[in-house]
Unconditional design. Structure first.
Length: 66
């Protein structure tokens, strides 16, 4: 399974840099980079924190494809 995300779309729509989002959710910028590239599977807490920043659901931001 491969993780796909819409984090980059949401982040850019709000004018946030990767480092801005990282600061808001308490992770390193590299974590956001890896999330956006589908190289990192977030914890449930991190997924919820990111969704909260964008006022959306985890299901809207993250999906798995086979």
């Amino acid at each position: 399974m491969a993780l796909t995300t819409k984090i980059r779309e949401y982040r850019e729509a709000q004018g946030l840099k990767q480092s801005d989002l990282a600061d808001l959710v308490g992770v390193r910028r590299e974590t956001i980079v890896n999330l956006e590239r589908g190289r990192y599977n977030p914890s449930l807490k991190l997924a919820m924190d990111i969704a909260k920043v964008f006022h959306t659901t985890e299901e809207e931001l993250f999906s798995y494809t086979e």
